[in-house]
Design a protein. Structure first.
Length: 275
């Protein structure tokens, strides 16, 4: 099972959009997937269309990680039903550990080692998933570091702009320090350039800067702006289920990006394990 934290130091770069786009691609590929919505704003839960009944939100599970069972508290995304209706494929899995404001009590910079293991304890022993995507808050506080402690890799999302690129460089340094102190198996899963405008000279310049700074960690393809992305998310639809040529093109990019993320994970794990 590959567990990937989707992170960014800077808000507003489309981190949750990338999370849900990858979840859509994983559903289309038939990869059993769990999305953990660790952002107190719970935007991923909204976009995935989950409506919890008696299940506990992530914050409550973090409070008592040894006394709750994750499998009793995940919510199947309605995207699965739509995928079955559109393609005829049954038995697809896309579950959500839905987010909420209670998790914000752990979004502090002073969490100790024991608290940083709370999400790891929640995820301990889960079975049946090939991929776990953790949508992190846009910060380097406790929740993000808790997610990193539970992950094999960190996928960074950045726009090709000055402040976002600088924030990505700082986050890479933070991952290195966190890996050395808390999580020796952790490795970068790559960097996604999101909301790219091909006609923008500034974006072209920043993309070249990112290639020089991050080398093969800058994944392909880059994700362009999609004019109706907000409409897709507002309707709680997977991009793979949305009609129109633009959505089909974006879905194909997410298919390719998912493959790049999975390959990156396979390439880094042998080197990490050999240490």
């Amino acid at each position: 099972m590959q567990t990937v934290s989707i992170s960014s130091l800077k808000g507003g770069v489309g981190k949750t959009s990338v999370t849900t786009g990858l979840a859509s691609a994983a559903l289309a590929a038939g990869i059993p997937t769990l999305v953990v919505d660790l952002d107190p704003h719970a935007d991923a839960s909204t976009a995935l269309g989950v409506s919890p009944d008696r299940q506990l939100e992530v914050g409550r599970m973090l409070k008592a990680p040894r006394r709750v069972f994750l499998e009793d508290n995940v919510v199947p995304s309605p995207w699965v039903r739509r995928a079955a209706a559109l393609s005829g494929h049954q038995n697809r899995v896309l579950d959500v550990a839905y987010g909420g404001s209670l998790s914000s009590i752990y979004d502090r910079p002073d969490l100790g080692r024991r608290d940083l293991r709370r999400l790891s304890a929640v995820l301990d022993g889960i079975d049946g998933y090939g991929l776990v995507l953790i949508d992190c808050p846009p910060s380097l506080n406790g929740l993000t570091r808790m997610a990193w402690a539970a992950s094999n890799g960190v996928l960074l999302v950045a726009e090709p702009g000055l402040f976002s690129v600088a924030g990505t460089e700082r986050t890479m340094r933070a991952i290195k320090l966190f890996k050395e102190e808390y999580a020796p198996r952790l490795a970068p899963a790559g960097i996604v350039a999101n909301r790219v405008r091909p006609s923008s000279a500034e974006h072209g310049y920043r993309l070249e800067e990112m290639r020089q700074m991050f080398g093969p960690l800058l994944l392909s393809p880059h994700l362009p702006e999609l004019a109706n992305w907000q409409q897709i998310q507002g309707a709680a639809h997977a991009v793979h289920h949305w009609p129109g040529e633009a959505a089909r093109g974006t879905a194909a990019l997410y298919d390719e990006l998912l493959g790049a993320v999975l390959r990156q994970g396979r390439e880094v794990r042998p080197r990490v394990a050999a240490r």
